[in-house]
Design a protein. Structure first.
Length: 185
């Protein structure tokens, strides 16, 4: 089984099972996903994740290429609930986790805004890093799978998922009542 089909089936199974996936209107579906369906998904950053450009040391300024995109540091806040807060106080855990992205990850992260498809990101990767199309698809899908597993991104389908984004809680609740759905997050 290829990485693309594995990542696609994972996205299909788990995407709607997460609060972020449900917020986007995704539903958990256990059927296999085709390559075309996986490539037409639109990755979108989790709104609670913030990022900043990495500060470059003065000693390495000469080594940095001017055309190199800036490296990013993602900041993920800790989950806030009674158990997590208790354990965090006991173990003196930080209130946020920082993840440093490399050049590839930073360039892809900046483009995960819900407007570009995975296929467009693979095309960008192919031209930027001089990879063939298949290598670029596998690289992008592996990175998307990792980000999705860490709940840093969610996926939208064309025409679906974006309808609930930006609506007020009251509008979403009214839509759930009309459809008989329950609030799950």
């Amino acid at each position: 089984m290829s990485l693309l089909s594995t990542a696609g089936s994972w996205i299909r199974q788990v995407g709607g099972a997460t609060p972020f996936g449900r917020m986007l209107g995704l539903k958990a579906d256990h059927g296999p996903v085709t390559r075309d369906e996986a490539l037409n998904l639109r990755p979108m950053r989790n709104p609670v994740v913030t990022w900043e450009a990495k500060q470059v040391d003065e000693d390495t300024v000469d080594d940095v290429d001017v055309d190199t995109p800036s490296l990013l540091i993602l900041t993920v806040p800790r989950k806030e609930d009674k158990v997590t807060n208790f354990l965090a106080r006991m173990l003196q855990a930080p209130s946020e986790k920082k993840i440093e992205l490399d050049e590839f990850g930073s360039s892809i992260w900046e483009k995960c805004d819900g407007t570009r498809t995975v296929e467009e990101l693979a095309r960008f990767t192919s031209t930027t890093y001089k990879l063939n199309r298949r290598q670029a698809e596998v690289s992008v899908m592996a990175f998307m799978k990792m980000l999705s597993q860490r709940r840093l991104i969610g996926f939208m389908k064309d025409g679906k998922g974006s309808s609930d984004v930006g609506k007020s809680t009251g509008q979403r609740a009214a839509k759930r009542r009309r459809s008989g759905g329950k609030r799950r997050f």
